[in-house]
Design a protein around this ligand. Structure first.
Ligand SMILES: [Zn+2]
Ligand SMILES: [Zn+2]
Length: 316
């Protein structure tokens, strides 16, 4: 089993490049892979959180990606997490940042937001006057989400002070970032208390990536996940929970997600070249997959699926 695991890890490393080689074309850098509460999670004494506290390599930032186009020295953030300051440092340590200029220049050409749950937008606060005090940064989001930020503090202050410039998108309409680089928002069913929710399809000159950190259930989606896998090269998808009995003492039907076991079962008959496009991300602290040596993680790889890794790059 141990040898198999080492082989699988070697395979994993070959699939997600280390991020140190200079890239010439657009790529996506993974900035985090944890569910909204991060790992370790506040005041949690579970074995995963304890391990993450004692060994920093076991800790994870909240799920987010950075789209980088070295041809124009541009980058776009997808989801602004509570870990944003450390994620910017992670990107800089990997040699990814915009050219330095005086003042408080926008850190990104733009920020794309999936929805208004804690892990996905509260990092915007770091752009405000108490922290970075950013020059205007375009924020791409749905009209309903924009209305929420405009109408509620403290977000409205970021808007009125022009730290962020809200750019409303229409679901299904391609947003061109370069002649051969685009982003399309796809509406996704999820607990939509303050905003609706979306996934993003990022299409580059030679590959495309689906970013879908949260969804209630695959069956409720107006799009077919199988069709999306067929047109994507890489799909970073909701892997919040490994199985349906993971949260003792909580009613998991009030926080629906497709469990990793459910997704693997749904995708098991897909051809291997589609299965290997699936990278599970957005892992809750309770998920055994947060331990890369767990039997659950070994099973995921053995069935032909993958786990997203913080710091990994995907060429587009
Ligand atoms: Zn989330
Ligand atoms: Zn925990």
């Amino acid at each position: 089993m141990r040898v198999l695991f080492v082989l699988l890890l070697a395979f994993a490393a070959s699939c997600q490049s280390s991020g140190l080689a200079p890239a010439t074309g657009p790529f996506v850098l993974v900035l985090g892979t944890a569910q909204d509460g991060g790992l370790p999670q506040i005041a949690c004494d579970c074995s995963h959180c304890r391990a993450a506290r004692s060994d920093s390599s076991r800790a994870r930032f909240v799920t987010s990606i950075l789209l980088v186009d070295p041809r124009t020295n541009s980058c776009w953030l997808f989801d602004a997490t509570p870990d944003l300051p450390r994620q910017i440092q992670l990107a800089r340590n990997l040699g990814v940042s915009r050219a330095a200029s005086p003042g408080r220049p926008a850190l990104f050409e733009g920020i794309f937001l999936t929805h208004a749950h804690m892990g996905h937008y509260t990092g915007l606060l770091h752009l405000g006057r108490e922290a970075y005090g950013s020059e205007p940064t375009p924020v791409h989001l749905s009209p309903r989400f924009a209305e929420f930020l405009r109408g509620n503090g403290p977000w409205d202050q970021l808007v009125s002070e022009q730290r962020i410039i809200l750019q409303e998108f229409e679901f299904g309409t391609e947003i061109a970032l370069a002649p051969d680089l685009s982003v399309t928002a796809l509406a996704v069913p999820h607990r939509d208390e303050y905003s609706d929710t979306c996934a993003f399809r990022i299409e580059g000159p030679s590959a495309s990536l689906l970013y879908l950190p949260d969804i209630d259930k695959w069956e409720l989606w107006e799009h077919s996940i199988e069709a999306e896998l067929a047109r994507s090269t890489v799909a970073l998808v909701d892997g919040t929970f490994y199985s349906g009995d993971e949260l003792s003492g909580r009613d998991m039907s009030s926080i629906p997600h497709p469990s990793v076991c459910e997704s693997m079962q749904r995708f098991e008959d897909l051809p291997a070249q589609l299965r290997e496009r699936v990278f599970f991300t957005h892992l809750n602290h309770s998920n055994p997959l947060v331990d890369p040596a767990s039997p659950a993680a070994v099973r995921v790889w053995a069935l032909g699926f993958k786990l997203a890794r913080q710091g990994a790059r995907f060429g587009l």
